[in-house]
Design a protein around this ligand. Structure first.
Ligand code: NAD
Length: 478
C-alpha cells in the first residue's frame, strides 16, 4: 500500500540499505513507522548536480513538442495511479483521502497545462531603428540546472509546480522534497521516467535539509533556486543563492486575513470559511488565518463557526468519514498549544477546541478563539494549523489596517456583496492573491505567489514558466 522510498540520480532509483544513512517516515495518525528514507551522500549530491548539468544541453535542445508529449504522458500515467498515490499522501501527511485525491488531480492538471504552455515559450521581434540592416530578436531560453526545495503540506502539488515548470521550460532539476512526506515525490519522479523522461533531467534527493541545500546551492552549475516553506528558511536560502548571483523564486509563509463585511452573504461566508479553514487541518499557506468580522455579524459568526468546528469528525484520513486528519508532525501540535496559551494570556476566549486530542497521533481539536486583541500571536504570526481567531471591526479603514498589519502578504479574502467593499479589498489588501467571496483562488493557469515577507515570483500560470526562462537579445546586422 505504501511506496518504495528511494533517491533518483541520473535515472537510477536508489533505496535505503545497509551502510547508508536513513531516517524513518511516520504516519502522523498513528505514529507507526511507514518505511526508512535513504539520505544522499555528499558524493551523490555532487553526482546529482553533474547528471543534471550533463542532461541539460540535450533537454534544452529537445523540441518543446517532444518535451510536452513526455509531460502529457506522465500526467496520463499519474492519473491511472491516483488512488495509490493518494493513499501514500494520506499515510504520511494525514490529510483526508478525498483531499489527497483532490491535490493529485490539481497536480495532474498543472502538468497538463504546463506541457501545453511550454510549447508557447516564444520570443519576439523588436522593430529596428535601421530597418533592412539590423534586426533585434528577443529569445527565451531555459535558465539551466535548477534546485528545488518543497515542504510537507502539499507533497504532490509543490513538487509538480517546480518540476513541471522547469522541465516544460527545458531546464533540468534536482528536487529535495520533504523528508517527512517523501512518497509522492518518489512516485511523481518515477512516473516522469516511466513516461520517457531522459535520465538526468530530474533527480530526487533527501538528507539533512540544511546540508543538502548548502551543497546544491553552492554548486556552480546550479543557476536557479525555487523554495516553498517558511520565511526564515527562505531568507537563508536567498543568502546562499546570492553567491553566484543565482535566480530565486520564494513561496514563503502566508498569514491570510479575511474580512467579513457587514453586507456579506452571511450563509455563503460561513459555509465557505468554516469548510476552508480546516482543510488540511489549516496547514495551508493560503489558509484563511486572521478573521476580521464586522461587529454587526461578529457574535453570530463566532457561535456558528464554533458549532461547525465542534461537529467536525477527526480521524485517520484513510477513513472516508474523516473530515479533518491529524497535524503533520509533533512540531505543529506544540505550536498550536503555544498559540492557545498565548491567546489565553492575552485575555482571549476559547470558544471551541483548544487542546490536543488523544495521546495517539498528532490530533488537535478544531479551535475557535474570540479575541478583541490584535497583539496576541494569532493575529501576528502564522499559526499554520486548525485555529480560527476572530476579531470584530467597525469601520472599513480599521478592517484594512488590521488585515495589512503583518509583514506577510500571500493571500487575502473578503466577503461582501457591495461593489465598494469589493474594490477596497481588491486594491488595498497588500497581498499577492485576493479572493472575493471565495477561497478557491488557485488554478493551473493562474499565477500563485506573494508579496512582502511571503516572497516573490509566481508558480502556475505563464508567470510560473517565466520563472525558468531567461531573456537573450540577439541584434543581427546584415
Ligand atoms: P521549517 O522552517 O523548519 O521548514 C519549512 C520547510 O523547509 C520544510 O519542508 C523543511 O524541510 C525545509 N527546510 C528547513 N530548513 C531548510 C534548509 N536549510 N534548506 C532547505 N530546506 C529546508 O518549518 P516547519 O516546522 O517544517 O513548518 C513550519 C512553518 O513553515 C509554518 O509555520 C509555515 O510558516 C511554514 N511552511 C510554509 C509552507 C508553504 O506552503 N509556504 C509549507 C510548509 C511550511
Amino acid at each position: 500500500m505504501y511506496t518504495e522510498l528511494s533517491l533518483c540520480i541520473d535515472g537510477r532509483f536508489i533505496p535505503a540499505g545497509p551502510g547508508r544513512l536513513s531516517e524513518p517516515v511516520t504516519n502522523p495518525a498513528t505514529g507507526a513507522v511507514l518505511d526508512e528514507l535513504p539520505h544522499a551522500t555528499v558524493d551523490e549530491l555532487d553526482e546529482a548536480v553533474a547528471a543534471a548539468a550533463r542532461a541539460f544541453p540535450g533537454w534544452a535542445a529537445t523540441s518543446p513538442f517532444e518535451r510536452s508529449a513526455i509531460l502529457r504522458r506522465a500526467a496520463g500515467i499519474l492519473r491511472e495511479r491516483v488512488d495509490a498515490v493518494a493513499a501514500v499522501m494520506t499515510l504520511e501527511q494525514g490529510k483526508p483521502i478525498a483531499e489527497s485525491k483532490g491535490e493529485l488531480i490539481h497536480a495532474i492538471e498543472l502538468i497538463e497545462w504546463l506541457a501545453e504552455e511550454g510549447r508557447r515559450t516564444y520570443g519576439r521581434v523588436v522593430p529596428s531603428r535601421s530597418p533592412g540592416t539590423l534586426e533585434h530578436l528577443v529569445l527565451r531560453e531555459p535558465v539551466g540546472v535548477c534546485a528545488a526545495f518543497t515542504p510537507w503540506n502539499f507533497p504532490a502539488l509543490t513538487p509538480v509546480r517546480k518540476l513541471g515548470a522547469a522541465l516544460a521550460a527545458g531546464c533540468t532539476v534536482i528536487l529535495k522534497a520533504s523528508e517527512e512526506t517523501p512518497g509522492c515525490a518518489v512516485e511523481i519522479v518515477r512516473t516522469l521516467h516511466d513516461a520517457g523522461l531522459p535520465a538526468g533531467c530530474a533527480q530526487l534527493v533527501f538528507g539533512v535539509p540544511s546540508a543538502v541545500s548548502e551543497r546544491l546551492i553552492a554548486a556552480p552549475q546550479v543557476r536557479k533556486i525555487s523554495f516553498t516553506g517558511s520565511t526564515p528558511v527562505g531568507e537563508h536560502l536567498m543568502a546562499l543563492a546570492a553567491r553566484g548571483a543565482k535566480r530565486t523564486t520564494m513561496e514563503l509563509g502566508g498569514n491570510a486575513p479575511v474580512i467579513v463585511f457587514s453586507d456579506a452573504d452571511y450563509t455563503k461566508a460561513l459555509a465557505t470559511l468554516s469548510a476552508g479553514k480546516f482543510r488540511n487541518a489549516g496547514q495551508v499557506c493560503v489558509s484563511p488565518a486572521r478573521f476580521f468580522v464586522h461587529e454587526s455579524l461578529h457574535d453570530r459568526f463566532v457561535a456558528d463557526v464554533a458549532a461547525h468546528a465542534r461537529a467536525l469528525r477527526l480521524g485517520d484520513g484513510l477513513d472516508p468519514a474523516t473530515q479533518m486528519g491529524p497535524l503533520a508532525n509533533a512540531r505543529r501540535v506544540e505550536a498550536m498549544e503555544a498559540f492557545v496559551a498565548d491567546a489565553e494570556r492575552g485575555g482571549a476566549r476559547i470558544v471551541a477546541g483548544g487542546k490536543r486530542q488523544g495521546n495517539n497521533g498528532m490530533f488537535f481539536e478544531p479551535t475557535v478563539i474570540a479575541a478583541n486583541a490584535p497583539d496576541i500571536r494569532l493575529f501576528q504570526d502564522e499559526c499554520f494549523g486548525p485555529i480560527l481567531p476572530v476579531m470584530p471591526f467597525s469601520t472599513v479603514e480599521e478592517a484594512i489596517e488590521l488585515a495589512n498589519g503583518t509583514a506577510a502578504g500571500l493571500a487575502g479574502y473578503a466577503f461582501t456583496q457591495g461593489i465598494e467593499h469589493r474594490q477596497v479589498a481588491t486594491h488595498r489588501l497588500r497581498v499577492g492573491m485576493v479572493g472575493i467571496n471565495t477561497l478557491a483562488i488557485s488554478a493551473p493557469e493562474t499565477p500563485f505567489g506573494g508579496v512582502g515577507e511571503s516572497g516573490f515570483g509566481s508558480e502556475g500560470g505563464s508567470e510560473g514558466l517565466d520563472a525558468y526562462l531567461q531573456t537573450k537579445l540577439a541584434s543581427i546586422s546584415a
